[in-house]
Design a protein around this ligand. Sequence first.
Ligand code: COA
Length: 677
Amino acid sequence: MSEETTFRHWHLEIDAEEIAWLTLDKADAPVNVLSVDVIAELDRRLQALSEAPVKGLVIRSAKPNGFIAGADIKEFLKVRDVAEASELMRGCHTVLDRLEAFSYPTVALIHGFCLGGGLELALACRYRIAEDDPATRLGLPEVRLGIHPGFGGSVRLPRLIGPVQAMQLMLTGRSVSARSARRLGIVDFAVPRRQLLRAAREVVRHPPAPHKPSRLQRLAGGAAARPLLAAYLRRSVAKRAPERHYPAPYALIRLWERHAGDPRAMLAEEARSVAQLVTGTTAQNLIRVFFLQEKMKALGKGSDFRVGHVHVVGAGVMGGDIAAWCALRGLQVTLQDQAPERLAPALGRAHDLFRKRLRQPRLVQAAMDRLMPDIEGRGVGRADVVVEAIFEDADAKRALYREIEPRMKPGALLATNTSSIPLEELESSLSAPGRLVGLHFFNPVAKMQLVEIVHGRDTDPAVVAQATAFARHIDRLPLPVKSSPGFLVNRILMPYLLEAVLLESEGVAPELIDRAAVDFGMPMGPIELADTVGLDICLSVAEILAHSLDGTVPQRLRSLVEAGRLGRKSGQGFYTYKKGKPRKARVRHDAAPADLGDRLVLALLNEAVACLREGIVENEDLLDGGIVFGTGFAPFRGGPIHYIRSEGAANLRARLEALAHAHGERFTPDAGWEALF
Ligand code: COA
């Protein structure tokens, strides 16, 4: 076997100018990741190259979608203990240190995503050149997985661009475009695709002085300034993520504060710190959530359904925002309602969204041009997808379907955004009942990634597959659910919200109720959430669910709605709002009933168990993914069913029984708990 055939991932070519081009094309994989074998092979390549008679080295990717997506996250789940994790990191440090020490110019040539370990590898090169294209994204997203950079990034990025910007990037995990990276100093050049190779050659031929942070940027990392900056960073992280739930950002700040003066020590500590984090439950659960998301993304891959034009009927908040989102994602959209004054607010909101997301006036205008008001409904005949988002009235919806079905293109998808009416009740007016599917978006559409794909008894499975593919096409996460009251997300959320309302009517301060939920890890407490969704909307969903699931709706909710206190939108609900923010009183923690947290969380978990038993979704993972992405359920707990398993189903069921004894039958454990023992 020749030397060359033992390389599967890294391909080397030395051109006539004696420039070495090392190209990563990870074998049998759609994206480049730095798995253990990819790193080992890189090491062999670098060992040979470090002494080679070449003028420079350019590292690039052969994958069209990007440079490198980071370390192989799948391998993180297999790490057995801290010692093994630490050794993995140290091994990688040795390889990147070797690269950094090359005597001739080294260049990372970046297109598409360059994330995590991918960017850390690029940082070990002397120069970075990125393609100036919207698809180019550079970042260190590790904190989102419960860890921090572990391949030397925590040392090299602050050294390159100064600690303030570097720490902010690492602590938020946000990624930046090629141009922003250029402005920050992360890349040396941002050039169009056609100039990439020439730019790399030019840098090797005439190496410029490598980028250095300004004096001011360096000062922020000096021994005197470090504790101050660290305290500031800690305070800003604490606003988003408490340390007991999310230890990684705090570990990163500690690492930098203690060791930034000594790069060698900092590298060793970086490995130790990441090894600790990656084996902890927060990281393991956040990694689980990453893969739940991947599973949901993959659901859309089975269909070759192509969408160019979407027609939305109903320009209310949901219909208007769905239309705007589709136009933002590049589709032609027609938006139908009865009169121009009904369409105007939707177009105004769409303009705001485009301005915020696209920024450049040219792109904003192009998106506005894709979104066409259509009072006569001419788009119906051209659309690949028709989304009905009119008010919740079964007769009106049936009448509409009767009118539009004959005008639709053969094979076009007919979807309803109903949040409460079973598909079986709606499809009767169609000549092909199997073509109706639910696409249940959440409010605000641009923020909530999840879309429930609702299938009724008669829905054609091919139509479900098309709807799922459409959701992916517009970059939403599809969750197939059975048509039943509240589907999955609202059904599981409602007992938790109603328990909060009941607690409030028993005299517990809303601030205490919300704090208990936030302490558990929810992004927002249930009282504030109810106010945000709108108490009238909560009431109507609660009534539908109470009717079909034998529940009761707290009188307090009805009274507030009758008094016109509808929540944030009316300035008053449970809280009073000032400039859209709730005014919260200071309350004493010890005034909370001892079982407050249990009453909220176990109400939610019990309903999750019931949904699993009833087969509302296909399996536990989809339930967990749906609830994390549909409600924000404490991601570091890995989803409700995963949480039940890790806490022990028997233990939680016993606590439910105690609640049923103390507070009533609504807490009676569902029959499904047995299956989780
Ligand atoms: N480790 C392991 N697998 C990875 C991966 C990683 N870092 N990044 C992507 N993949 C896999 C996905 O699981 C998926 O596998 P599948 O085809 O078996 O389902 C495949 O690569 C394609 O990824 P997908 O997410 O479907 O592609 P995308 O184009 O929508 O997004 C990324 C690409 C890179 C933006 C996205 O996958 C991502 O954010 N990855 C994680 C990046 C990260 O956190 N890196 C730091 C690691 S420490």
